[in-house]
Ligand binder design. Structure first.
Ligand code: SF4
Length: 281
């Protein structure tokens, strides 16, 4: 045995938006035993599989088109207006677990669009939240995930800049500065969720205190990628895993202090499993 000392980060685990969506789903599953959910309820396969075993059925927009007279959960990422219109046509009851932070951002973008602003959204192409945001602008806003995608010469002289809620704060402000340094007047809206950006600093503090860090997240989680890089920057001995089977004993040396942390979509029970596994080495 390597006599490892293992601690889970108290600030890691689901954000309130994900807690809200999962509680809503579980209440309905406990009552009726089945519920449709449009897209993965959370970007974590382990948690999705747990809920599937309770009767959750994950569907995509193609399946939704043919569904009638059912209850369908909208997850924390939110949806564009077209989904709500389709629900009315198909007599679907939407159980709306869109995160309040995302809903507020959707409203802000809609207001900007109605005023005629040139809207630019820093976000991941085709990400569910971004599709919902774009929908507020009749799909007319420009989405970019890297500044190199924009032609600074031909950009309008005045733009309104938003961010997907889970992007990196540092990158957002870097982009903002590049735009301003190129003579573009930017109405900057830092719409990064504080549940993500505050974790940035908390994680840096956490990652410095340990010899090794095990970061637990699904591979599809945007904020998982951002927060893993925050840990890795601070502590190069950081390892990414999606479940406890992926942990390797070779990563640890005798008497190591090991910290476990995760994304806003990582369930606490999964980090507990990871801890149990590490303690067997
Ligand atoms: S990260 Fe923030 S915006 Fe996204 S679901 Fe969680 S609380 Fe809501």
């Amino acid at each position: 045995m390597k006599n490892l000392h293992v601690q889970i980060d108290a600030h890691s685990g689901f954000c309130f938006g994900v807690v809200y969506a999962i509680e809503m789903a579980e209440d309905i599953l406990d009552e009726s035993g089945h519920l449709y959910c449009l897209g993965d309820i959370v970007h974590n396969d382990e948690e999705v599989n747990r809920l599937k075993r309770k009767g959750l059925k994950i569907i995509d927009h193609e399946v939704l088109k043919d569904l009638r007279d059912e209850n369908v959960l909208i997850r924390a990422h939110g949806e564009p207006p077209a989904t709500y219109e389709l629900a009315i046509q198909n007599n679907l009851t939407l159980i709306d677990a869109s995160c309040p932070v995302v809903l507020k951002l959707q409203h802000r973008i809609k207001n900007s669009f109605d005023k005629g602003d040139s809207i630019y959204i820093y976000g991941k192409h085709a990400h569910a939240e971004v599709i919902g945001l774009l929908g507020q602008t009749n799909n007319e806003a420009v989405v970019f995930q890297d500044i190199s995608e924009l032609d600074l010469e031909t950009l309008p002289k005045n733009i309104t800049l938003y961010s997907q809620t889970t992007k990196s704060t540092d990158k957002f402000y870097e982009i903002n500065n590049v735009l301003k340094n190129n003579g573009i007047s930017v109405n900057t809206n830092d719409t990064i969720c504080r549940q993500v950006s505050n974790r940035d600093k908390e994680l840096r503090d956490f990652a410095t205190k340990f010899d090794k860090i095990v970061f637990v997240s699904g591979t599809k989680s945007s904020n998982g990628k951002v927060l893993f890089n925050v840990c890795k920057d601070t502590n190069p001995n950081t390892y990414f895993v999606s479940n406890s089977d992926q942990i390797e004993s070779d990563w640890f040396t005798e008497n190591d202090q090991v910290g476990i942390c995760g994304a806003t979509s990582t369930p606490m029970w999964l980090m507990e499993q990871v801890k149990e596994r590490i303690l067997t080495f």
